[in-house]
Design a binder for this molecule. Sequence first.
Ligand code: URA
Length: 432
Amino acid sequence: MRAVDIIIKKRDRGELSREEIDFFVQGFTRGEIPDYQVSAWAMAVLLNGMTARETTDLTLSMAHSGQVLDLSGIVEVAVDKHSTGGVGDKTTLAVLPIVAACGLPCGKMSGRGLGFSGGTLDKLESIPGYRVDLTTEEFKTQLKEIGIVLTGQSLDLAPADGKLYALRDVTGTVQSMPLIASSIMSKKLAAGATAIVLDVKTGLGAFMQSLEEARQLAALMTSIGELAGRKVKTLLSDMNQPLGFAVGNVLEVQEAIDALHGKGPEDFREHCLEASAHMLALGGRAANLESGRRMAEGAVKNGSAFEMFRKLVAAQGGDVSYVDQPGKMAKARLVEPVPSPESGCLSQIHARIIGEAAVELGAGRAKKGDTVDHAVGFMILRKVGEKVQSGEPLFVVHANDVGRLAAAKKAVLAAHQSSAAPVPPLPLFYEH
Ligand code: URA
């Protein structure tokens, strides 16, 4: 077999066999198929799609490109969550400690920013010393000892996804349903998850813009998970406007810490409690969603969720003083509030434009290997449906460069639209 023939077959809308997919994935993982061929192939997949069978084969091949963890001797139920990606989505940072504090151990491997959407690892690295490169052995030991792990994909787990993820980020090939489904599910299968909550985002700042596409992605991932014998729950949530206020690495970690103290923006807190309740119910720790919800609320109220976050940071080498005093984290040199140019009811706060503007500020990557500026980003202060008066603050830009600040201000102002007529607020969730 030759990689070029597989690229040509997909370019010409052919259906790849399991053997062809496996040849390609394993060759890429071993470094025998170069980045430029994989980029061309990813673009062909993005343009021409894959059947459900091809996507399942791709997922299994990526999951088996390295070790596949078996956590059965370590935890009773290996519960995991994953978001399909969005703007201001720092949910994992709050949900994992909440769930672990309720007595359901949680070990998760997260990713870096992808396109306009932020990544949990980049956020966590805002905490000096925090290690995101645990080995598989360290992952297992920490999960057993403290019941929470939040790390990057270790080199020996689904390495094919690790490599493909970094390439997709910089080749315009993120927005492909089979590539997203296989990326997420290969990681979940390799990491040994037996119960998986998938937060599928839909809207302007999501990879799946319509509810129908989000449903298709949810169904595809559910079927891959169930075929592999896992329990899967999917939530379809809104990503038309950023979640919470903060967009940008340090700002998002600070907001997640606020949520663990029961503070901060209500939409984000509510989202976290709901996602936690689903994990607790799916993982069998709560009898049903309502009791999961009560447990999650209790863990925030009694401080155990915050304490669990501290434990996590300490276990992974992070400086806990930054968790206790989040204001110590890196600050941008230029912090500028931007007032609303008009009065009206906010009708749109375009999450994707804001995510792209954050990348332009330096919060994400323009090319593979770029370093991110943890301090920069936005606080988007208002929500769709709220009334604003001309001159009231709409958002705050945190920047380290005058030119980039001006460009970001312009872009984020354009992302806000208002109308004279009342506009209903956006829902948090559409269905599950
Ligand atoms: N999250 C992932 O892990 N992979 C994707 O492709 C998109 C979101």
